[in-house]
Design a protein around this ligand. Structure first.
Ligand SMILES: [Zn+2]
Length: 514
């Protein structure tokens, strides 16, 4: 590591919600040798988050050095002055930030910056460097569809309705009219799957809610063919664009992934190239149990600055799939082993290769001085499992905790590989390497409904609205409102400032005390 005055280049690896005490545990157990080497030659420090201790707020603080009130990234949603107190807009957008970004300062100092998947880096604010993706996590405007799982009908029907989101039943029948129909010891079976049958994209990023009746992506058929190639039952799936094997796009056995598949489809009426891949999760010998996973569908281009870099990255490294390392945790019940998911680990390995590959490729091609990236694995991991590691948690079970510790170890080890790959390929004597996180996590199993408490104390009131067929805030009887989804701020409904303000400014402090 260079002395402070000697550092001319920077690698900043942002590891969302990574736990310092777990880093130390796995370092001490020899599971994170690359991190151990950085610790040995550098410094390690705990830090407080800028309140509220969440993702948008703190990734902004890390690259601006400013507190929340200065940069104005107030959690996931920001309240707009003079708007209704229950209205807000998403903060994961560089334009919301009121403080100067580190990358702009560095660019002005003549440094070439590369920023990858950083939550508040999009739209790009630099002019000469490279920005790939953002505004993570899970808000990217380049995601066309969430993942999907195609299931044999019996498996689908056995699922409780609440677990059927983005699951699509598939019915196999005897295969007909294939050219040629390959040899199979059992009757070849076929089915057709469609993109358009899946639940529409409807959440999170502004502009990506599908309105009723609107088709986000046009129907696109894929023909599936099941074969018994060895006389021991069905063992092979062929995915084809039509029933001609010359147009085969994947041939899979259980547990195998397809290559990335690109398609040109109409997205909102416009021809766009999209990319995704399949994994055959399960195929029983009698073909009665079938599970085919398809990753998120992403746009091939549109997520880079300058524009042309996206194509280069896809060609040389692979497609940008925002949140690929973490989002699969939402759909783990789709796979075979919920507490130690090989499919999730495969996602993580693929993402480690992608981030490492991007750093290396861009270093060789563009010779950057500054590389800043964000990686979301550990936040997803904590959301999903952290509580189950703690004996105090009501759902704690020792055997599950043991399995999860093994999974945590694998994840920390893969993160260490990511760090090692980037440092080995890109750092030299003049490079300062920084590993940083935005916040930690605590196991939680009790929740407080702040709105309920405010209602009980007469500070917040709702009334029935015939027009909305729902309860709405009765502003005439509300003196305090808990704004925010994940991180509530309590706003005083102030006369003269808020549209339906009822609290006289002289009573502001009294309402705060209440
Ligand atoms: Zn975070």
């Amino acid at each position: 590591m260079p002395s402070r005055s000697a550092a001319k280049k920077l690698i900043l690896i942002g590891l969302d919600a990574i736990e310092p005490h777990l880093i130390m545990k796995f370092v001490n157990e020899g599971k994170m040798p690359n991190t151990a080497s950085l610790l040995k030659n550098g410094i390690f420090s705990l830090a407080y988050s800028s309140p509220p201790c969440d993702t948008p707020t703190n990734w902004t603080t890390i690259v601006t050095g400013a507190w929340t009130g200065t940069h104005c990234m107030t959690s996931f949603f920001a309240h707009i002055p003079k708007a209704e107190l229950n209205e807000g807009y998403r903060t994961l957008n560089s334009k919301v930030c009121k403080a100067e970004f580190l990358w702009n300062v560095l660019e002005e100092a003549g440094k070439k910056c590369v920023i990858v998947n950083y939550p508040v880096a999009w739209p790009p604010t630099i002019r000469k460097g490279i920005v790939l993706g953002g505004p993570a996590p899970a808000a990217s405007p380049w995601r066309v569809k969430w993942p999907a799982l195609f299931l044999s009908k019996n498996i689908y029907e056995a699922l409780p309705p609440s677990e059927r989101t983005n699951c699509i039943p598939v019915e196999f029948v005897e295969a007909k009219e294939w050219t040629p129909l390959p040899k199979s010891y059992s009757t070849p079976l076929e089915a057709t799957i469609w993109f358009a049958e899946e639940a529409p994209l409807e959440r999170r990023a502004p502009g990506w809610q599908v309105r009723p009746g609107e088709k986000l992506i046009e129907a696109l058929p894929y023909h599936l063919l099941l074969l018994d190639t060895r006389g021991e039952g069905y063992d092979t799936l062929i995915i084809c664009k039509d029933k001609n094997l010359q147009n085969e796009i994947a041939r899979l056995k259980a547990g195998e992934w397809s290559d990335w598949i690109t398609e040109t489809v109409k997205v909102r009426g416009e021809e766009r190239e999209v990319i995704f891949r399949f994994k055959l999760v399960k195929l029983s010998a009698d073909a009665r149990e079938f599970k085919l996973y398809r990753t998120d569908v992403f746009l091939v281009e549109g997520w880079s600055f300058p524009d042309n870099v996206a194509k280069e990255i896809v060609d040389h490294v692979g497609p940008y799939i925002e949140g690929y390392e973490g989002l699969v945790s939402d759909v783990l019940h789709w796979f075979e082993e919920e507490y130690y998911s090989p499919t999730w680990l495969e996602h993580i390995k693929q993402s480690v290769d992608w981030y490492s590959g991007v750093a290396k490729y861009l270093k060789e091609k563009y010779s950057w001085d500054v590389f800043i990236m964000h990686y979301h694995l550990h936040d997803s991991l904590n959301h999903k499992y952290l509580g189950l590691l703690y004996e105090e948690h009501p759902d704690y079970k020792p055997d599950i905790a043991k399995t999860l510790w093994r999974f945590y170890e694998e994840c920390y080890s893969l993160t260490d590989q990511l760090i090692g790959n980037i440092v080995d390929a890109c750092a030299d004597e003049d490079t300062l390497v920084v590993l940083v996180s935005d916040h930690g996590a605590v196991p939680a199993w009790k929740f407080v409904w702040i709105g309920g408490a405010l209602i009980r104390y007469g500070l917040l009131s709702y009334k029935w609205s015939e027009n909305d067929s729902a309860y709405i805030v009765d502003w005439s009887k509300t003196s305090a409102y808990p704004f925010g989804h994940t991180t509530p701020y309590i706003w005083v409904n102030l006369k003269g400032r808020d549209p339906h303000g009822i609290v006289d400014p002289k009573d502001y402090r009294r309402v705060q005390e209440d």
